[in-house]
Design a protein around this ligand. Sequence first.
Ligand code: NDP
Ligand code: GDP
Length: 341
Amino acid sequence: MKKALITGYRGQDGAYLSRLLLEKGYEVYGADRAGDAGLWRLRELGIEGKVKDLPLDLLEQGSIMDALEKAQPDEIYNFAAQSFVLMSFSQPVLTAEINAVGVARLLEAVRKTAPKARFFQASTAELFGSTGSAQKNETTDFYPKSPYAVSKLYAHWITVNFRQAQGLYACNGILFNHESPLRGEEFVTRKIAAAAARIKKGLQEKVTVGNLDALRDWGYAREYVEGMWRMLQQEKPDDYILATGEVHPVREFVGRAFEAAGLPLDWKGKGLDEKGCDASGAVRVEVSKEFYRPADVKELVGDASKARRVLGWEAKTKFGELAPIMVDAEMKRLEGAKVEL
Ligand code: NDP
Ligand code: GDP
């Protein structure tokens, strides 16, 4: 039986990967700092109690060493991160301590305690930042635009460095946005899906968002964890982009989500005065500076042809299906029904 250690396993990707590896017959160790996340994702997935819980904080070398020594893993997936871009502007140092130096701590611990283990780092499309609108591939330059992206840039290269200099089997998955009903509610897709469902049920009047013009490549997290697992099953370690190849503005996601909730919107006004109104004319979406970033990435779209060619992985769920999946899940939660995940 193979053993896997997943850091940040209480987050979106950690929960989905835990389920996937349990289904594949792995012994799964989940390591988290037991902060805000709780166990609700594992509960909704029906795997609460099936993952062996270990305390781990990427700020604390001792806890990393302890977790690795206890688990003796064959595979390690590093999802632990301060993963919210907006927060990284107000907490750049903490973000770097966790997302950048934390990964060096983890890799050092792997080198010392489990040098044969295979290592996956959750790298990000945010690394590309302002490198224009063309599809990004594994050879595109990086130009990070937020403290989050800068921290993840270090993590990306230190992972490459441990592969090249220390001989670790270490891979970066350069992940474009991937969403699901298990996404944190601070991220725009889940925030919108949850608000659309609550507004439809009369529990909320409207939702306030930021930059509606940002363009993103949104896939379904459940499928992305399969791609990550495949990266660690190859003969040689390498870096791969996971993306859908489609790009859409935030505004369009908002429109699809409200449509899925049965409240199609009409857009009026521009910039901070832009509003989304329902058929009765009631304002359901408004814009505030509060949710704008000091610097935002205008457009991100990925070319996942290397993953398709080498890993046989492809994003199946595309943009058009994502908002209905997420809104349906929020409706079910409000009705106390079981959520499809
Ligand atoms: P989440 O934010 O849902 O999960 C991150 C997890 O890491 C949480 O459980 C969090 O706990 C934990 N964590 C935070 N700080 C520490 C720490 N110091 N030590 C140990 N654990 C910690 O992220 P996702 O599941 O969405 O993403 C997984 C990874 O992929 C992240 O690294 C993210 O940056 C990266 N990524 C995600 C993308 C996406 O679209 N989802 C796109 C590209 C990259 P707590 O709740 O207490 O903070
Ligand atoms: P990110 O791509 O990892 O930063 O994921 P987010 O879901 O946080 O943001 C995606 C895009 O949506 C960014 O360009 C944000 O500026 C934009 N956006 C617009 N309104 C909001 C909002 O209310 N919340 C969040 N989180 N992002 C928003």
